[in-house]
Design a protein around this ligand. Structure first.
Ligand code: AMP
Length: 196
């Protein structure tokens, strides 16, 4: 069983083509506030990032933003967060977000979202953290990525138990429930890379 006090959400600095992406950000925000879980995110006021932060704040929840100095202007920093961390670099931003969070989720987003999700999943594969990772597959946005990951598995470039570390759900409550029930695989699985 895991305790989730803070959830890191990676998501687009754009809003995307469909309103469904914004609705999904709202429903994840609703689920977080209902469960008294803090949002940790990239600190911007634009795109899906701004939408989820604003919704959590509107509902009386807590939002921690983490943004590198170099993007504070470009990404249009959110000025009304519960807590704001300004970092010196992108690497420091991602490390701080990881330290502040008990789990990680991606909503629809672009290259930055994918990079952040893959990095935190890689760190889980390596046993650098033991926190749950997953994504919300809104309107099938991640279908083709999931199909590709199955191909990576079939071609034996990822182990089954490492593929399983990335949980996929359509519904925020279902994903959070899985996080709460998550127990990281035994450490020895990471040490014996060629088995399984
Ligand atoms: P995007 O999904 O591309 O709209 O970006 C979402 C978030 O990812 C934004 O906060 C970006 O600052 C961040 N981001 C963009 N590029 C990178 C990168 N190379 N490494 C880490 N984060 C990034």
């Amino acid at each position: 069983m895991s305790t989730i006090n803070s959830l890191c959400v990676y998501c687009g600095s754009s809003s995307g083509r469909l309103e469904a992406y914004s609705f999904a950000a709202h429903s994840l925000a609703d689920a977080l506030v209902r469960r008294n879980i803090r949002l940790v995110y990239g600190g911007a006021s634009i795109g899906i990032m701004g939408i989820i932060a604003n919704r959590v704040l509107e509902l009386g929840g807590q939002v921690i933003g983490v943004i590198p100095q170099a993007l504070a202007h470009k990404e249009i920093l959110h000025n009304h967060l519960t807590e704001l961390h300004i970092t010196q670099s992108m690497h420091e931003r991602k490390m701080r977000m990881a330290e502040l969070s008990d789990g990680f989720t991606a909503l629809p987003g672009g290259i930055g979202t994918l990079e952040e999700l893959f990095e935190i999943w890689t760190w889980a594969q390596l046993g650098f953290h033991h926190k749950p990772c997953g994504l919300l597959n809104v309107e099938g946005y991640y279908d083709s990525l999931i199909a590709f990951l199955d191909h990576v598995l079939a071609e034996q470039f990822v182990k089954h138990h490492h593929r399983e570390l990335l949980m996929v759900e359509k519904n925020p409550d279902a994903l959070i429930e899985r996080y709460l029930n998550y127990a990281a695989p035994a450490a020895k699985q990471w040490l014996v890379k060629e088995e399984c």
